[in-house]
Design a protein around this ligand. Structure first.
Ligand SMILES: Nc1ncnc2c1ncn2[C@@H]1O[C@H](COP(=O)(O)OP(=O)(O)O)[C@@H](O)[C@H]1O
Ligand SMILES: [Mg+2]
Length: 185
């Protein structure tokens, strides 16, 4: 993928499919590294499944034999000399504590680093597509941070739905403004 924001979209959609109602998209970067972590409270993956999930020939979908979301994200990290780790707890074993966290480390100055790209569109698309999920987005850049939390928005919006066109536009501008304020390209 040309932009890591598209990998993030794909990985967060796995969390949606896993039945999560809370999804955290956390980014932390400095001059040298970018860490992307996507954490959900969905159904989780068994230990055995986890061993295979980073392999491109593993998927639970029957429509397509090859699931590529996680392997591609892992490849993007590894080609910068970084890595990807997954921790997961299944609903069967952990009930209320179930969920999955995928964390990828990137070395930004590596020649094969993929740009983050349009992260604002990714976050807005996720919120718009799944307005009932509690989305928490936070991006730390050195000492600054940018973010949005849909539960906080909901308490302000009252009866106005989160996928209302004007609300979606407002969220987009709200994030863009925060990035502009700290001078993030
Ligand atoms: N957050 C998650 N929670 C539970 N299962 C997951 C999660 N992410 C991935 N999986 C499982 O791993 C499989 C592989 O994911 P992925 O590599 O994105 O390929 P695909 O989504 O095309 O199947 C999924 O089909 C799903 O069974
Ligand atoms: Mg996927």
């Amino acid at each position: 993928m040309k932009e890591l924001s598209l990998n993030i979209l794909d990985i967060a959609q796995n969390s949606v499919k896993a039945g999560a109602d809370k999804i955290d998209v956390l980014l932390e970067e400095n001059e040298e590294t970018l860490v992307i972590s996507i954490a959900d409270n969905g159904c989780g993956m068994s230990e055995e499944f986890l061993k295979n999930v980073q392999d491109p020939f593993c998927t639970t979908r029957t429509t397509r034999k090859v699931g590529m979301g996680i392997p591609l994200f892992k490849l993007a990290a590894e080609q910068t000399e970084g890595n990807l780790t997954i921790t997961s707890k299944t609903k069967e074993k952990f009930s209320d504590e179930s969920g999955t966290t995928i964390t990828a480390l990137f070395y930004k100055n590596h020649i094969d680093f993929t740009v983050l790209g349009d992260i604002v569109s990714t976050i807005v698309t996720l919120i718009q597509g799944q307005p009932d999920i509690h989305w928490h987005f936070n991006h730390k850049i050195n000492k600054d941070e940018v973010g949005v939390d849909t539960d906080e928005l909901k308490s302000v919006l009252g009866d106005v739905p989160l996928d209302n066109f004007e609300v979606i536009c407002w969220i987009k501008e709200y994030l863009e403004e925060q990035y502009n304020e700290i001078g993030y390209n």
